[in-house]
Design a protein around this ligand. Sequence first.
Ligand code: XMP
Length: 514
Amino acid sequence: TVLVVDFGAQYAQLIARRVRECHVYSEIVPSTMPAAEMLARRPKAIILSGGPASVYEEGAPVAPDGLFDLGVPTFGICYGHQVMAQALGGTVENSDVAEYGAATIRVTAPGTLFAGLPAEQAVWMSHRDFVSSAPAGFQVTARTEVTPVAGMEDPDRGFYGVQFHPEVLHTEHGMEILRRFLYEGAGCRPGWTMVNIAEESIDAVRARVGDKRAICALSGGVDSAVAGALVQRAIGDQLTCVFVDHGLLRKGEAEQVEKDFVAATGVNLHVVDAQERFLAALDGVTDPEAKRKIIGREFIRVFEEAARAVVGEAAAEPVEFLVQGTLYPDVVESGGGTGAANIKSHHNVGGLPDDLRFELVEPLRSLFKDEVRALGEQLGLPAEIVWRQPFPGPGLGIRIIGAVSRERLDILREADAIAREELTRAGLDRDIWQFPVVLLADVRSVGVQGDGRTYGHPVVLRPVTSEDAMTADWARLPYEVLQKISTRITNEVTEINRVVVDITSKPPGTIEWE
Ligand code: XMP
């Protein structure tokens, strides 16, 4: 394990992902964790992340006491570099000249991290404070015009630091520098591979569930599908998957779960057709929050009924485990695997009644989204499921602006299917994070088709690029692709006579319209 010490902001997650891309397992820990607790996790290396603070600020996060006495190779990045310098007797100063964005470093001594790399390299910087002199025992390995100590190391003690961000793609040789720290500086071995992850997770689930039974709610999304497939591999027919078809899915998605997923995994599937029930509950509702609440509430009720039915089917051996597709970022955000994380997990299933108390199995708890996709491929799931765009729980219900009805759902489903089809045809699936198509059901505009006047509805195309949905940018889809989508939608979906593109970033816009 490599521990990534989180000094705030979102740098730590990216670093942890990059470490794993070097095939070394990594975990994020808060900077407030005592050094002894870190040591108890038997880390092969420690990485100190960047952070938004200045080391001088009152209350700025510091390295835990004794961290630099653990004898564990340690790599400081940006703020972590400054923390290391300050703790070991170097000096950190405040500069009038900030260095944000692209910069060029000059390697002054190759040392461990820059060995074999060019003397000048493009890097990504984001700092105002800087290390003005390295601690005793350190060699300065790189500088820029404004930063005298852009890199430093003391290989005998296993200490390394860089002012720039090796984890961002704008740093030309960032991955190589990180890899050199892990392999050369810390002696890590590349053992974190998909085959190992799959085998270990399957064994862990088998050990946990034993000969008990488990239930899993499939949403049609990637996470629940991979979690279900993995648990199926571990315990076979002791697992029952429940799929609630609420009628708010996109074209072909229910079939994907009912046919392709079952074919790929051989899982026991219990399907509940709840379309009428959801439509009735949503009848005439236009407020976005009200829609979400209703859909969430109905989902819990339907799932609860299904769970009772499944439990009832085999009353002699009660279902004891509930499988959930919780991912590592959720775990980190709710407290990094401490008590807080469990509270959030339980939240996901909402208020299941007391006599349906399950223990949770969360086989994806330590994985990032890209790892979950790779694991899905490893488990033999079809690409259409593994590479699905993220899709909100309330489904198309929050992509119809206005009241939801079967007719409106059918219109949106057709338009959405065309947009997805053309995106796939253009080979752009993996470049686009999400591509909502939104029906402005209460808006009408005049058009002309053939010889006749039309009075139809607009749809909004909302393709975005993003890393994690926290922020997003509107995607610059090629004009030809947009044109194809527009022509096909207006030709093939008669109720729609206008197609518009949403060019708002997030912030200020959210990805979804409701
Ligand atoms: P926004 O619209 O807030 O969405 O930018 C961020 C991400 O979250 C998804 N989303 C949801 N997912 N239940 C979900 O499971 C919801 O109620 C929900 N609302 C938004 C959205 O699709 C995007 O990926």
